[in-house]
Design a protein around this ligand. Structure first.
Ligand SMILES: [Zn+2]
Length: 86
């Protein structure tokens, strides 16, 4: 048996490299948004750990909960999230 080395996904760069998306949920607002990973990378935050980042809801200011989505989790058009990368 060969040992499979687990893939560590920790930084914004990792998410982009593996095609993951980071969904943010504000429960009080019942709102989903996708984190702007490309924008964060361009802002020089690619090496920062998304785990340690805190995202605030732009409407109510609550801390949003983070959910990592694998690239295969949703088929095209079936994502329940609001995708608005600009
Ligand atoms: Zn909110």
């Amino acid at each position: 048996m060969s040992t499979i080395k687990p893939i560590t996904i920790e930084t914004i760069d990792d998410l982009l490299d593996y095609g993951y998306t980071l969904a943010l949920n504000c429960q009080p607002c019942d709102r989903w948004v996708m984190a702007d990973l490309e924008g964060m990378k361009e802002a020089g935050r690619g090496q920062q750990s998304y785990v340690e980042m805190k995202f605030r809801c732009s409407e109510c200011g609550e801390i949003a909960s983070k959910q990592l989505r694998s690239p295969l989790a949703w088929k095209e058009g079936q994502s329940p999230f609001t995708a608005n990368p600009t």
